[in-house]
Write a protein that binds this ligand. Structure first.
Ligand SMILES: [Zn+2]
Length: 252
């Protein structure tokens, strides 16, 4: 891992002390035992992802959609944050973390202990649901619901607070994320394939604006090709080395 230390040694210290910006993808949760969306769970009962995760699919068969989310909530709540999430908490404790923009809906950054104002769950979270008919009610979960589909207080149904196919991202979240991709920023991507837009565009926006981009991923991707440093392999090991080394530079 000399590659990492050598790269960090050559970085402008101000770049680090400004706080690191993270873009996190499904690969960061693999070490916790969660599969990626299009992995095994993506073939749930041989349904297309759109049938399980779209307003259209929900209207047609809310029970099927809730069954899938009930299963994902069970798996997610049973699983635990891993070394990547814990390292992000360490960085925040040392004031070296600007923001975590995560595509993951598992809620692990909150559970690991990062502050809510440091986390942008740009694709939503399975730890919350809200009224499908927008009566305004929201609900929090730390265990999967037993009875499905889950009713709202108004008599309509609750739906998971995740961004589905055919839905747009929260515009404040997206704008805040884009604004973080600036010059004099160190943007670190972990376990993201660079395939799901508009989040996939963020590292490219960063690169175009003069930011330094570091990519941790098991495979090369469009992001690794533009990254100033690409660290290939399971990130739970290499990222801890990276973050521990960064922190060591700022601890007297
Ligand atoms: Zn309602």
């Amino acid at each position: 891992m000399d590659q990492i230390k050598k790269f960090v040694d050559e970085l402008d210290r101000d770049l680090i002390s400004n706080g690191l910006v993270f873009v996190i993808g499904a690969g960061a949760s693999v070490a916790s035992g969660l599969k990626t969306f299009r992995g095994e769970e993506g073939h749930y009962k041989d349904h297309r992802p759109e049938d399980l995760a779209s307003p259209y699919g929900f209207r047609r068969d809310p029970e099927l959609v809730w069954e899938w989310y009930q299963m994902r909530m069970r798996k997610g709540f049973e699983a635990k944050p891993n070394a990547i999430h814990h390292s992000l908490v360490d960085l925040e404790k040392h004031n070296l973390l600007d923001i975590i923009i995560t595509q993951n809906v598992d809620g692990f950054h909150h559970r690991a202990g990062n502050s809510p104002d440091k986390i942008v769950e740009i694709h939503g979270t399975i730890t919350k649901s809200h009224c499908f008919d927008n009566c305004g009610e929201t609900f929090d979960y730390d265990v999967a619901p037993g009875e499905i589909p889950v009713k709202c207080k108004c008599g309509s149904l609750q739906r998971p607070s995740v961004v589905w196919f055919g839905e747009i991202l929260n515009s404040d979240d997206l704008m805040q994320s884009q604004n973080k991709m600036q010059r004099n920023k160190l943007v670190v991507t972990i376990g993201t394939s660079g395939m799901v837009y508009p989040v996939a565009a963020l590292p490219f926006i960063a690169k175009n604006n003069g930011a330094t981009v570091i990519d941790f991923n098991t495979n090369s991707s469009p992001i690794s090709e533009i990254a100033d440093l690409f660290v290939e392999g399971p990130a739970e090991e290499s990222f801890k080395i990276f973050s521990d080394y960064i922190i060591s530079l700022f601890v007297e």
